[in-house]
Design a protein around this ligand. Structure first.
Ligand code: 8Y4
Length: 283
C-alpha cells in the first residue's frame, strides 16, 4: 500500500524534458534595475543574457529569471516594468536548450513570459495573487509552490511555529490542495519549503535538518538556500560572497535528503558538489 504519490521522475517543459531522478541546478538571473548599473535597456538585456549563458556553460539546467522591482506588492505600473525587463531575456534564452523559469507572482508577467518561451512558474506567493490559479491552469505549465506566510514585508513577524517542518508541510499541502482543486495537474506541481521566508535562522536550520520529511508530500522538491542570511549567521562574514561555500554545503545536504532542483547564484560550485554526490550514487 502506498500512502503518497511517487514524485514525478520527468518534468515536461514544452519541447524540453527534465529528468528529475538526478539533481539539477537552477541558476539565478536577476534583471531588476538595481542589479546592474547604467548603460540603457539594450545593455541590460545583453548582460543578463551573457550571465545566463555563463550559468548554462557551468551546468545549470534551468535559468530562473526574476524582474520584480521590489519584493513587496507590485503596482500595475511595476508589472509593466517587470514585463519590459523579463521578456527580452526570455526571448533570447528561448533559442537555447535550457529550461526557463520565471520568478514572479504576477499573472500578467507569466502569461507574457510563456508566450515568449518560458516553461516554469516560480511563484514565492504560491499562486495567491488575483487570477494566479486560473492563469496556471490556462498556461498548463509546471509551477513551484513555495511556503511563505504573509508578504515579504510582513513575514518576519510571522515566524511562530509549533514545529516548523510539520507546520510548513501542513501549510504547503493546503496550497497544493487549492492548486489541485483549481485544476492544476499534479504532475505540474513542485514544492519548496521557502528557506528564509517567515522563518528565523534556527527554524531554517531545523527545516534543513529535517528536509527529508518533505518527501511525504510526494512531489518533486526544490531547495533555494543560496547566500541566504541564515547561512551567513552560521559561517560568519558580512558579504554575500562569504556565503558561497556554506550555500553549496547546504544545497548538497538538501539533495542528500531528496531535493531535485537547487536554486543557486554560484552555479559552477554547486554543480561540482552535486557531480560529486552523483558519482557516489552511480558507483
Ligand atoms: C542573497 C541574494 C541573499 C538573494 C538572499 C537572497 C526563493 C525563490 C527567492 C526560494 C523559490 C533570495 C525567487 C530570495 N527565494 N524561489 N526566490 N524558493 N522557489 N534572497 O526560497 O534569493 S528570492
Amino acid at each position: 500500500m502506498r500512502l503518497m504519490p511517487l514524485p514525478q521522475r520527468q518534468l515536461s517543459c514544452g519541447r524540453l524534458n527534465l529528468d528529475l531522478s538526478i539533481p539539477h541546478v537552477m541558476g539565478i538571473l536577476n534583471v531588476t534595475p538595481d542589479s546592474f548599473s547604467d548603460g540603457g535597456k539594450y545593455q541590460h538585456v545583453a548582460l543578463a543574457v551573457q550571465h545566463a549563458k555563463e550559468m548554462m556553460a557551468a551546468g545549470a539546467s534551468i535559468i530562473d529569471i526574476g524582474g520584480e522591482s521590489t519584493r513587496p506588492g507590485a503596482s500595475a505600473v511595476a508589472v509593466g516594468e517587470e514585463i519590459d525587463r523579463v521578456i527580452p531575456v526570455v526571448q533570447a534564452l528561448s533559442q537555447h536548450d535550457v529550461v526557463i523559469s520565471i520568478d514572479t507572482s504576477a499573472p500578467e508577467v507569466i502569461r507574457a513570459a510563456v508566450a515568449a518561451g518560458a516553461h516554469i512558474w516560480n511563484d514565492v506567493r504560491a499562486l495567491t495573487r488575483d487570477g494566479a490559479l486560473q492563469t496556471a491552469v490556462d498556461l498548463d505549465i509546471p509551477v513551484i509552490v513555495m511556503h511563505m506566510r504573509g508578504e515579504p514585508t510582513t513575514m518576519n513577524d510571522l515566524d511562530h511555529y509549533l514545529d516548523v517542518t510539520q507546520d510548513v508541510i501542513t501549510e504547503l499541502q493546503q496550497r497544493v490542495d487549492v492548486a489541485l482543486a483549481a485544476g492544476i495537474k499534479p504532475e505540474h506541481i513542485l514544492i519548496d519549503p521557502g528557506f528564509g521566508f517567515a522563518k528565523n535562522a534556527e527554524q531554517n536550520l531545523k527545516l534543513l535538518h529535517e528536509f527529508d520529511q518533505l518527501n511525504v508530500m510526494g512531489y518533486p522538491i526544490v531547495s533555494a538556500l543560496s547566500r541566504k542570511r541564515f547561512i551567513g549567521a552560521v559561517v560568519g562574514g558580512t558579504e554575500a560572497k562569504d556565503r558561497v561555500i556554506g550555500s553549496v554545503a547546504a544545497h548538497l545536504i538538501s539533495v542528500q535528503q531528496g531535493a531535485c532542483i537547487v536554486r543557486a547564484h554560484d552555479v559552477k560550485e554547486t554543480v561540482d558538489a552535486l557531480k560529486m554526490w552523483q558519482a557516489l550514487q552511480s558507483s
